[in-house]
Design a protein around this ligand. Structure first.
Ligand SMILES: NC(=O)c1ccc[n+]([C@@H]2O[C@H](COP(=O)([O-])OP(=O)(O)OC[C@H]3O[C@@H](n4cnc5c(N)ncnc54)[C@H](O)[C@@H]3O)[C@@H](O)[C@H]2O)c1
Length: 479
């Protein structure tokens, strides 16, 4: 059994001051695989105090030096990638191939994009050529609390830590108590890279404890949070007392609009994207909306594709999907599958219960519902499991209306060969991102949502901006 009860505070590994033991459960076996400590107020205070002490020095460190340290971090991260992949596979059940390529890979990608963007960015510049006497200084917001989820652990941690560090912020990371092992390794990387003490601190804890303590802490200037809309609301309320900046990346209920002129791989791509990471992605295309003339064919194809999705142990190599993260998620997903059936959706692949051959582990059958209507629970709630809902539409206007009829607004998808239609839809869909025909965003392009999917942007230059204040200084030029 792994035992990792220490926190990383002020450049050193320290015993919890106010901790209690917490078992990390391996979702593949339902057995404990590690023990960590969940901290309390004294630990939160110690970490915030260290970050506050380190702030003036780190803010005053030239941007080029901060960038160089992030490059060093990148090198350490690369050299220890396998440890990270193994940790994520164990703690949250990502199949090892996915953990290596995508979960670890996401962190590499984000850190590199931050470095590239920051090298091209002037943290100080004249307001304009005509008004050079006014000078703009982009400076760190200050002490940041970074609260992250378990589903893409390194994706979220690098998006926050990389941007905050380059911006000159100091920080306290509270990773998800479901996925603390990868985060503890990441803290070792920060140490090995040689960041000055106090710039980066890590305290493990749960939402009710350390999460809430950080959100309300008078010495925390900003909370950057990724997780559920429920927790985002709680954090916003707690943070309101001190009027700190609250940066939110929340849930989603992405629509994937498939028109009759979609390319041949659109349906398969949509199903596979939904199933990836066992459906545990905030940007999952969970509502497949299909134009009426091709509806029956698409349902058949989607069901056939889902039936080819294999389920297997995280430790096994291969392209299967693993279990979902924990018992709560498993029960929630099972409940929603049952609700789908009760409310009259037509099950065309998968269904309730574990896949054949599994009698333990939080494994879910890759499931597809057809004939889902906008009033059904499964068309509205974020399921966060390998469950796809297929809906039919008659007109483009109806598709837009239904796609936008959700409190969420993270990513929507369009599959069509008609460029005019794509451009129209890109403007009409209310989401922070619209992905067309399976084309991925450029490196460093912003990730983030509208409406109840949040208010932040992560990645690249705009991701760094979210950790910066802008100061306008007049009277800058020499007399
Ligand atoms: N928009 C995005 O970029 C993005 C990315 C990944 C995941 N997500 C969302 O994350 C959710 C899944 O993650 P989760 O189950 O870990 O979410 P969660 O909200 O339960 O937990 C996320 C983090 O917040 C902490 N937390 C929980 N309640 C808190 C509170 N009241 N105050 C402070 N901290 C609190 C948790 O300990 C954890 O570290 C999904 O809804 C998913 O859509 C969003």
């Amino acid at each position: 059994m792994i035992e990792k009860r220490q926190f990383y505070i002020d450049g050193a590994w320290t015993e919890a001051l106010d901790g209690r033991d917490h078992e990390v459960i391996d979702p593949a076996t339902e057995e404990p695989c590690a023990i960590i400590a969940l901290g309390g107020q004294a630990d939160t205070d110690a970490a915030v105090a260290a970050a506050k002490r380190a702030l003036p020095g780190w803010m005053a460190t030239p941007a080029a030096e901060r960038i160089a340290l992030v490059e060093k971090l990148l090198a350490v991260y690369k050299s220890r990638a396998e440890e990270l992949a193994q940790a994520m596979s164990l703690e949250m059940g990502a199949p090892i191939a996915l953990a290596r390529a995508n979960q670890v890979g996401a962190g590499l990608f984000h850190l590199q994009n931050f470095v590239n963007a920051a090298k091209e960015f002037d943290f100080e510049a004249p307001f304009s050529e005509a008004h050079a006497d006014t000078h703009m200084i982009h400076e760190a917001i200050g002490v940041c609390a970074l609260i992250t989820p378990w589903n893409w652990p390194m994706n979220q941690i690098t998006l926050k830590v990389g941007a905050a560090a380059i911006a000159g912020c100091t920080m306290v990371l509270k990773p998800s108590e479901e996925s603390p092992l990868s985060a503890l390794l990441f803290a070792e990387f920060m140490d090995e890279a040689g960041f000055p003490k106090g710039v980066f601190n890590l305290v493990n804890g749960d939402g009710a404890g350390v999460g809430t303590q950080l959100s309300g802490h008078p010495d925390v200037d900003m909370v950057s949070f990724t997780g559920s809309t429920r927790a985002g609301r709680a954090i916003s309320r707690t943070a309101a007392e001190t009027l700190k900046r609250v940066h939110l990346e929340l849930g989603g209920k992405g629509a994937n609009l498939i028109f009759a002129d979609a390319d041949d791989t659109a349906v398969k791509r949509g199903v596979m994207h939904m199933m990836q990471n066992s459906g545990q992605s905030c940007n999952a295309p969970s509502r497949m909306m299909v134009e009426a003339p091709i509806y029956d064919r698409v349902v058949e194809e989607a069901a056939a594709v889902a039936q080819t999705v294999k389920v297997g142990a995280p430790s096994e190599d291969g392209k299967h999907i693993g279990p979902v993260v924990n018992a709560t998620q498993y029960e929630k997903i099972q409940g929603l599958i049952e609700t789908g059936v009760k409310e009259g959706a037509r099950l065309v692949a998968g269904g309730p219960g574990r896949p054949e051959g599994f009698n333990k582990g939080f494994y879910v059958r890759p499931t597809v519902f057809a004939d889902v209507t906008p009033d059904m629970t499964i068309a509205n709630e974020e399921i966060f499991g390998p469950v796809l809902s297929i809906m039919k539409f008659e007109t483009e206007a109806e598709a837009v209306e239904v796609a936008n009829d959700t409190p969420y607004g993270l990513t929507n998808y369009v599959q069509s060969q008609d460029v005019d239609r794509r451009h129209r839809l890109a403007r009409q869909l209310r989401s922070g991102m619209v992905e067309m025909n399976g084309k991925s965003r450029a490196p460093g392009a912003p990730f983030g949502g509208m409406k109840q999917s949040g208010n932040g942007r992560e990645g690249g230059l705009l991701g760094i901006h979210d950790f910066l204040e802008i100061k306008a200084v007049s009277g800058w030029a020499a007399e």
